[in-house]
Design a protein around this ligand. Structure first.
Ligand SMILES: *[C@@H]1O[C@H](CO)[C@@H](O)[C@H](O)[C@H]1NC(C)=O
Ligand SMILES: *[C@@H]1O[C@H](CO)[C@@H](O)[C@H](O)[C@H]1NC(C)=O
Length: 389
């Protein structure tokens, strides 16, 4: 039986993978390639940038060493956004910057170029170290789009790029941005030659992007971890505890308490994660909206709140309506588990995180699925024997 079982497990694993995987990483490229610019502006390549939910779009002209470059950066309607090439260093000091900012007098989005030469720069629209042939800025649905055609410094396709967003421009001038999280990690070494999207060349050493500590402090990652653990692992685990432990009389009523403990802690942690998630997508902060993910999240919260409340009105085992209560409890429970796992994968897709996170969660789901499959066979046998006695 061993070989056949393992084959079946493999088949089940394949089905689970196929059903739960969102479209592969091509979707990441598509997510920036689908973004339109006004005036029918088109770019040959684009790549999402994790920090500040930005994306860079560009066309490189080898014949004259110029590049048409655009950045999209979400931001508040009273704020500003910017991108820069830094020909002399990594990071902010020396950044030759194209700004888009809201002019409070007119409400119009203005564009300006300036070299940032200190941490509190005197801001004046002026020349950059390289030629800027065209420049412009627009603001739609909470997202700044800043474009410019520039002569790449040193006629090199390899440049240090920086991007940024700030929340206020009160005097018609950009004010300083947040000095932690994404705002201090938004720089990269970039190659404008490649027509391939996602050409992240290498990470800027000055920005400690790999630091787990920093990464964990980012709100969307906190949201991700809370929800992956609760909706994604604890709740399915709790369902398995109830389904399989119950079959063994010696484990009664231990299974019940374990099940309640698992589901209640999952519910508490998951609700916290859900609330956290709601603050992330706030349009007031100019965040991108992920309606599908958010709606599933809210449905999960409502269904699991029902589920927890239903515990209080649970009829006695001996009463006939208990059968209907069980039916209800199981169907809502399985719905929550399926939606929860689907939404965790959706969330990982939105984060555009390193593939290792998707693989890690997929691994967790597979382990649960395989354990469930084995227990299903075992408990089936036990039930069958009981039935014959
Ligand atoms: C650079 O070359 C491209 C075509 O290769 C052309 O469209 C563009 O106008 C040129 N730019 C400048 C500044 O000459
Ligand atoms: C830039 O370099 C390319 C080759 O990589 C060359 O064809 C082009 O003429 C150079 N442009 C300038 C402005 O030096």
């Amino acid at each position: 039986m061993g070989c056949q079982a393992s084959r079946r497990i493999l088949l089940l694993a394949t089905i689970v993978v196929a059903a739960s995987l969102p479209p592969p990483s091509a979707a990441q490229t598509a997510s920036c390639a689908d973004l339109a610019f006004s005036g029918g502006r088109l770019y040959a390549a684009c790549s999402p940038l994790e920090e500040l939910d930005a994306s860079v779009h560009w066309t490189y002209h080898a014949s004259n060493g110029t590049a048409d470059v655009a950045f999209r950066v979400p931001g508040g309607s009273a704020g500003w956004a910017a991108w820069a090439i830094n020909p002399s260093a990594v990071g902010m000091l020396g950044a030759n910057t194209v700004f888009a900012y809201h002019n409070p007098a007119t409400g119009v989005v203005a564009v300006a170029t300036a070299v940032v030469d200190s941490y509190a720069p005197a801001f004046a629209d002026g020349d950059l170290a390289f030629a800027v042939y065209r420049r412009g800025a627009e603001y739609t649905d909470g997202v700044y789009a800043i474009h410019a055609t520039v002569a790449l410094p040193g006629n090199s396709t390899r440049q240090n790029i920086v991007w940024q967003a700030g929340t206020s421009s009160p005097d018609g001038l950009p004010e300083s941005h947040q000095a932690f999280g994404d705002n201090v990690m938004s720089s990269r070494s970039w190659d404008f030659r490649s027509a391939e999207a996602a050409v992240v060349v290498d990470d800027v050493p000055a920005a400690p992007r790999d630091s787990v500590y920093r990464a964990l402090l980012r709100p969307k990652n906190i949201h991700g971890v809370l929800n992956a653990v609760s909706w994604g692992v604890l709740l399915p685990l709790g369902v398995m505890l109830a389904r399989y432990m119950r079959v063994f009389p010696s484990l009664d009523p231990a299974w019940f308490y374990l099940h309640v403990a698992c589901q209640c802690s999952g519910y508490v942690v998951g609700s916290a994660g859900w609330v956290f998630g709601l603050t992330l997508g706030s349009p007031a902060k100019g965040a991108l909206q992920h309606h599908g993910h958010r709606n599933i999240g809210t449905a999960l919260f409502v269904l699991s709140t029902l589920q927890v409340s239903a515990l209080l009105i649970r009829p006695k085992k001996t009463v006939k309506v208990r059968f209907y209560w069980n039916l209800y409890h199981w169907s809502v429970g399985y719905t929550v588990v399926v939606l929860g796992v689907v939404n965790v994968f959706k969330g990982i897709g939105i984060l555009q995180a390193d593939q290792k996170y998707r693989h890690a969660y997929l691994g967790a789901v597979l382990v649960l699925a395989v354990v469930a499959f084995v227990l299903e066979l075992v408990t089936l046998t036990v039930r069958f024997k009981k039935g014959r006695r």
